[in-house]
Design a protein around this ligand. Sequence first.
Ligand SMILES: NCc1[nH]cc(CCC(=O)O)c1CC(=O)O
Length: 312
Amino acid sequence: MTSDAAAKPLSLTIATRESQLALWQAEHVQALLAARGHGVQLLGMTTRGDQILDRSLSKVGGKGLFVKELEVALEEGRADIAVHSLKDVPMELPEGFALGCVMEREDPRDAFVSPRWASLEDVPQGGVIGTSSLRRQVLLAALRPDLRIEPLRGNVNTRLRKLDEGQYDAIVLAAAGLKRLGLHERIRAIFTPEQMLPAAGQGALGIEVRAGRADLIEALAPLAHQRTWLTVTAERAVSRAMGGSCSMPLAAHGQWQADGTLHLRAAWGELQAGAPLVNAEGSAQVATLAEADALGLAVAQRLQSAGARGAH
Ligand SMILES: NCc1[nH]cc(CCC(=O)O)c1CC(=O)O
């Protein structure tokens, strides 16, 4: 902790998906590492999640579909690190892999995008909203039970194109992805966490490494953002305790309070019409990853006591 000496310059390769957002994220990490004297190349790859575009991800297994191929590249030594949207990273990494770094969070909230309407309240009765996320479906149904929710898959640009083709009145997607791609002007409204509680890890980037690579973990340390790391650890602990992945209708979102505690909220729902949302929350002084985990577990237990059912 006392040494300011920079990590020894490394020559390393980043494994990345090839969607515009994934490339933006990988290039962002590349630039930050290059500014610290490291030589950094990108290795672009296609994942199962990128190939399966016709079905909802929750129906094809969900877990880790955007991550597995990148891990194979790390395992085979073709790449050294993988940059992920943390939201897409399974709660349990496979044996031998670790999160080397969690970076400062972009906006974690969900965005309302529409060529016609300024906000969800303005959409007329029976309007069509595009999203394939089960979490967004249940939260939207709670806000506006009269609307129709239709599947919408594909990367950010594909989703915007489908909206512009007129298949939907509006779509809901992560503000972070739009902002990173310079598409903020498409955002008509941002949902507050009270309206639509974000997904665990939404807006944060995680960098995965092979667990033994102390050289990489040292090189990545300056990119880490401790508060974000603690927050997303608590959020992800809720999902883990629920047996969850991105394929569960579950939200978990932490916010730091003025008194220095972390306030964690979670919501769970069922897709059945009229089913009520289950909510739970908790606050704690959180200074270590273990304390963040404990807060997440406590909130998950409250969620289950209130009627939420996990996947196991
Ligand atoms: N599931 C796809 C995905 N993974 C991460 C993001 C957005 C960026 C982020 O959360 O960091 C998105 C798109 C979306 O949900 O709209």
